[in-house]
Ligand binder design. Structure first.
Ligand SMILES: [Zn+2]
Ligand SMILES: [Zn+2]
Length: 354
């Protein structure tokens, strides 16, 4: 097999040939057709995530180089281990979206179906070889989800950007029809959230972004109002628009400025959901929590059931296609550079293996 891999952290991305693995037990060998290039791949390429205050989470503590990232994977089943063969519906040669956020499978949380809470995850493209390689090993056929009727290059993106939007929205499911939900940062994932908000939450939606073009997109995608969170009177404007503040705000950026905006605009008893991995840190008066009866929670990707739900919503036409640019897998390094520079990529770049 051929792996497009990070050869040095923040440096060269190149091709490595390696023996194609043989699946054992319940494992499935998937021949990768396409793999989306996610912004978190840029952090992985850099070799760290910014924890704020100069602290970093180093990728080298989790994986060795050369390493193939890639967690938005669509591919065909090439071979199955002896204990995988009986899994209902999964067939050799058929194409599936691969659920990448996989737990160890043995701890109590994995046993209880809470794989995202596993302390020893084996996530594809983060902890194990991902879809920048042309073959990957998936631990069990249950992680393969059919996507009949959807385009491959879109279906793969649901494994990260789609379920991230969906899972964050689910945390605001309790909102009533006349409550406001603020969606902050309406680039890729945030824009998907605007589209899905009606199906998942059903409340009124206000989008916030510093980019006027993105605000305009959000309005056509279903937001009732759009705010400039970089404006001088941004907090006042949000409160005015929503009659006292939204009941919940989802921060798809995760920068100090957007987080402060979210906590400032929500009404008393409000909920702030932090999704974006921009990084940094904030200082918040502890009194804010009791005074505002404020709830802050985090949301990270989504569950296997979330992926199935997003695919069903896309099949039902509730998720408009995002722009996708297909490039040969060998160009992964350029795709990562373009994404890192920002502004160059509209929608998703999807790597295509030959
Ligand atoms: Zn991702
Ligand atoms: Zn586990």
């Amino acid at each position: 097999m051929r792996q497009i891999a990070i050869m040095e952290w923040g440096g060269k991305v190149g091709a490595v040939d390696a023996p194609t693995p043989e699946p054992t037990g319940t494992e499935v060998l998937v021949r990768v057709e396409m793999c989306g290039v996610c912004h978190s791949d840029v952090h992985i390429w850099d070799g760290y995530f910014d924890l704020g205050g100069g602290r970093k989470w180093e990728m080298s503590s989790a994986v060795d180089l050369p390493f193939s990232p890639g967690h938005e994977i669509v591919g065909t089943v090439a071979a199955m281990g002896p204990d995988a063969a009986d899994a209902a519906g999964v067939q050799i040669g058929r194409s599936y979206v691969v659920y990448p956020w996989i737990g160890c499978g043995t701890c109590s949380r994995c046993a209880g179906g809470e794989e995202l809470l596993c302390d020893s995850p084996v996530s594809l493209g983060v902890r194990c070889t991902g879809g920048y390689a042309d073959h990957i090993v998936v631990p069990h056929p249950r992680y393969l989800v059919p996507y009949d009727g959807l385009a491959k290059e879109l279906a793969c993106t649901y494994a990260c950007s789609g379920i991230t939007a969906y899972s964050a929205l689910k945390k605001a499911e309790h909102l009533q029809a006349d409550d406001w939900l603020a969606i902050i940062g309406v680039g890729g994932v945030g824009l998907s959230a605007v589209q899905l908000a009606d199906a998942v939450v059903g409340s009124r939606v206000v989008a916030a972004d510093i980019d006027p073009a993105k605000r305009a997109h959000a309005l056509t995608a279903g937001a009732e109002a759009a705010l400039d969170n970089g404006a001088e009177d941004a907090v006042k404007e949000a409160k005015r628009t929503t009659g006292g503040g939204p009941a919940a705000a989802i921060d798809f950026v995760g920068a100090p400025a957007t987080f402060e905006y979210a906590t400032s605009i929500v009404r008393r008893g409000g909920l702030v959901v932090v999704v974006g991995l921009f990084g940094g840190e904030v200082t918040l008066p502890t009194m804010t929590f009791p005074n505002k009866l404020l709830t802050i929670t985090g949301s990270y990707v989504g569950t296997l059931d979330d992926l199935k739900a997003v695919i069903a919503l896309a099949q039902a036409g509730k998720l408009a296609p995002i722009p996708v640019t297909q490039v040969p897998a060998a160009k992964a390094g350029e795709a990562l550079s373009d994404l890192k520079e920002g502004g160059k990529v509209v929608g998703r770049v999807v790597l295509v293996h030959d």
